[in-house]
Design a protein around this ligand. Structure first.
Ligand code: TXA
Ligand code: MG
Length: 337
């Protein structure tokens, strides 16, 4: 199949692909997504094939506003509307009970569905033009780092999808925050663009699912099925070194061997001269770290690096999402210094 490239002003044409049951790469503010008509089970099935995604891992639906929640969800709590008022459109996915109209192909047979209202203007224009809820996982091959620009998505999906729309680089860079509103207290299933601190301002108590902070053992079932997979992983094994930036940098320098690569904060680049190194931006700039983390992980797949060392970021604010993605890439192989 030839994958058609669309510019941001060809949204109407691109949306036809969704209406006709095809697969479309869509830019969002978080990461690029692999979209299909969320009411068309056959189209949704093709998403799983293109990604090589396990069938038990449900998809989320992208809608243009909170007004669409009632079309697809039942027993919507007031908290959902409170969150929508504060964070939508934006990088937040809410888990809610779904109505029968949502196909099992989307929910993997669960009683709940993830709902997200993205803020990227091109994404919003695509959804409006298609006039459909768009089912879309991140646009990577299953297990690889999520794509944060069109070129990264084409690396995985060229020839496997009908089209892709170029919306430029993603402004957030890590996937949406997932909050489960079907349990009390609400539970953070995946940290992302909306921070835990911000969620607590609106919801009060928020529990943090164990899958966010530790490796799930074989046979364990985290509430977000996708959190159980080794994920975001480059081909070479990753070790995260957690601690004050000066100390983690020094630890990595002392343990560095021929064939190793490093993901470090910008100020420590000179320390690793001569080794393949990717910067995550300054230690103090968490937003930049979020935008850089997936690209940094992806970079090493084009090299012959045997091991990757990564400085662990400060896990507050959006740093919780960045450190979660790095820890997962490392299979939670973490050194504390
Ligand atoms: O930012 C994002 O959320 C991106 C962009 C494209 O919107 N999408 C994305 O989708 O990250 P995906 O499929 O890569 O990740 C969705 C996660 C998976 O871990 C999945 O298991 C979980 O959401 N999930 C989906 N439906 C769920 C449900 N009903 N209950 C619990 N977890 C669910
Ligand atoms: Mg994903």
């Amino acid at each position: 199949m030839k994958t058609k490239r669309f510019t941001a002003d060809q949204v109407e044409e691109a949306a036809e692909i969704l209406k006709n049951g095809g697969l479309l790469g869509i830019p969002t503010e978080t990461v690029y997504g692999l979209g299909a008509n969320g009411l068309d089970a056959a189209a949704v099935g093709h998403i799983f094939e293109a990604k090589g995604r396990p069938q038990d891992n449900p998809l989320i639906l992208h809608i243009p506003s909170a007004l669409w929640l009632e079309r697809y969800c039942d027993h919507i709590p007031a908290a959902a509307y409170a969150l929508a008022r504060r964070f939508w459109p934006g990088p937040l996915t809410m888990i809610l009970e779904h109505k029968d109209i949502v196909p099992d192909a989307v929910t993997a047979g669960l009683a709940t569905v993830g709902m997200r209202c993205p803020s990227h203007p091109v994404c919003r224009a695509i959804i409006q033009a298609a006039d459909l809820p768009v089912a879309a996982p991140s646009g990577n091959t299953s297990g690889r780092p999520s794509p944060t620009n069109m070129a990264d998505m084409l690396e995985d999906m060229d020839g496997k999808i009908d089209g892709i729309v170029d919306g430029g680089p993603c402004s957030v860079g890590v996937e949406s925050t997932i909050i489960d509103l079907t349990v009390t207290p609400p539970r953070l299933l995946r940290p992302g663009g909306v921070t835990l601190e911000e969620l607590r301002e609106v919801l009060g108590e928020v529990a943090v699912d164990e899958a966010v902070t530790r490796l799930m053992a074989a046979g364990e079932h985290p509430r977000a099925p996708g959190m159980k997979y080794r994920h975001y992983a480059p081909k070479a094994p990753v070790t995260v070194v957690r601690g004050a930036p000066e100390q983690s940098a020094r630890y990595i320098r002392e343990h560095l061997e021929e064939g190793d690569g490093v993901i470090c904060f910008a100020e420590f680049l000179p320390l690793f001269e001569g080794y393949p190194t990717e910067s995550m931006g300054p230690a103090s700039d968490q937003a930049e770290q979020a935008r850089r983390v997936f690209d940094a992980l992806r970079y090493f797949d084009g090299t012959d690096v045997q091991r990757i060392w990564a400085q662990g970021p400060d896990p507050t604010g959006i740093g919780l999402a960045v450190s979660n993605r790095l820890n997962k890439a490392a299979g939670f192989h973490i050194v504390e210094v």
